[in-house]
Design a protein around this ligand. Structure first.
Ligand code: PMP
Length: 429
């Protein structure tokens, strides 16, 4: 149904109100400045660009906060959903629909090592909740080691692992037993070791992101994951990798842990797992954990998790990622963009502090929060959508669809160059 002018107004107003300044400052600034005459505009979002209700086209470097890995509304994913709706929509009974089992088999094939069983959920935070509970069930222990600047979601369990005071404080007390240690470097490893030794027999799991996304795209040294894996083995703790943001080809391999050949005991997936079309995530575990879980399968359940429509989208999504070789494309495009962005960082050192990235998960850190805000706002005006981060206000993220073309990448770089030039000259005044 065509929305009336009033309905569109309402939708836009609600969207503007829902956006927090912290998450996307550019959005608010831009909305304040444009006219509201958009009655004739049609929505269209395909590939890596989209047009807003005002008819303005953007190159999407936000990727719906990392969900559009196969591009917006990929025709094969859309078609899979339409077909499934015609067959059967929401039904939590795998005996009547084999899709859940089929998806689980595909997931076992594409995930590394002996990860074998998948429990399907509806979001990232739920996949982390599942991982945390499975670790307790399997080990019979109660504590977790997690990292500063981590983001794992905002339901009570995952929030207990998330490391940002403003999100945590209003909901205290959170779940007990979470110990935060620094992330990434050799010193961080020492502190993790010390915490393990201190907590000793009670560490159920170490939960980390292989690259911290909301923390501002923080990439640990190459030996970090292998050393954390070793530590887990030494203390009998499980390793839970949260690949909600890094998974599904984003970093140049299907899963980020494949860069360092580390196999976690539990892998958490969501975001791009549903092809940018449906909400679905997964908790993928090794057989030994699953054996423990099925002793009482009703201890952890969810009505909608793994429903046929979401499974259809996820299956089509995996097929597209493989068919179009998108992890490799992300690696190549990422290398190109990172090189260009590093050039801009050298050109404008008074504005940009650092550029870092792996594949098409790229962070730009500014000299201060205000400069980041100005650049995000400028980019928004110039038709490039970027993402702020929930934990690190000095950084923005570049996470376009993995299908982004070279031409679009060049356009992003050129527009950013102009925005940086403006911000740089006004900063000098
Ligand atoms: N884990 C990570 C690493 C994430 O980046 C996010 C979302 N930014 C989540 C968990 C939570 O996912 P969701 O918003 O789907 O609950």
């Amino acid at each position: 149904k065509e929305l009336t002018r009033e309905e569109k107004d309402w939708v836009v107003k609600a969207a503007v109100e829902a956006f927090s300044e912290h998450v996307n400052p550019g959005f608010l600034e831009y909305r304040k400045s444009v006219s509201t005459d958009y009655t004739s505009v049609e929505w269209s979002d395909q590939g890596s660009t989209f047009t807003d209700v005002y008819g303005k086209e953007y190159i999407d470097c936000l990727g719906g906060y990392g969900i559009y890995n196969v591009g917006h509304r990929h025709p094969k994913v859309m078609q899979a959903v339409y077909n499934q709706l015609d067959r059967q929509a929401l039904h939590s009974q795998e005996l009547l629909d084999p899709l859940r089992g089929f998806l689980a088999k595909l997931v076992a094939e594409i995930t590394p090592g002996d990860l074998k069983y998948a429990f399907f959920v509806n979001s990232g935070t739920e996949s982390v909740e599942g991982g945390l509970k499975f670790a307790r069930m399997y080990t019979g222990r109660k504590s977790y080691i997690v990292t500063t600047r981590a983001f794992h979601g905002k339901s009570l369990g995952s929030l207990s692992a998330t490391a940002k005071g403003v999100f945590r404080t209003p909901f205290l007390p959170l779940v007990p037993g979470f110990h935060h240690v620094p992330y990434g470097n050799a010193e961080a490893i020492e502190m993790m070791l010390e915490s393990c030794a201190f907590i000793g027999e009670d560490v159920a799991a170490v939960l980390i992101e292989p690259i911290q996304g909301e923390g501002g795209v923080i990439i640990p040294p190459d030996d970090y994951l292998p050393r954390v894996r070793e530590m887990c083995d030494r203390y009998g703790a499980l390793l839970i990798l949260d690949e909600v943001q890094t998974g599904m080809g984003r970093t140049g391999k299907m899963f980020c842990c494949q860069h360092s050949n580390v196999v976690p005991d539990i892998l958490c997936l969501a975001k791009a797992f549903g092809g940018g079309v449906m909400p679905i995530g997964a908790v993928v575990a090794r057989e030994k954990i699953w054996e423990k879980l099925v002793e009482n399968p009703f201890l952890h359940t969810t009505t909608f998790g793994g429903n046929p429509v979401c499974c259809a989208a996820a299956i089509a999504n995996i097929n597209v990622l493989l068919e179009e070789n998108l992890p490799r494309r992300a690696a190549e495009s990422g290398e190109y963009m990172l090189g260009k962005l590093k050039g801009l960082a050298e050109k404008y050192p008074a504005v940009v502090q650092e550029v870092r990235g792996k594949g098409l998960m790229i962070g730009i850190e500014f000299q201060n929060n205000e400069l980041g805000y100005e650049v995000a706002t400028g980019l928004f005006g110039a038709g490039v959508l970027v993402a702020g981060t929930l934990i690190n206000a000095k950084s923005i993220r570049i996470e376009p669809p993995l299908t982004i073309t070279r031409e679009q990448q060049d356009a992003v770089i050129n527009r950013l160059d102009k925005v940086l030039e403006n911000v740089n000259s006004s900063a000098g005044k």
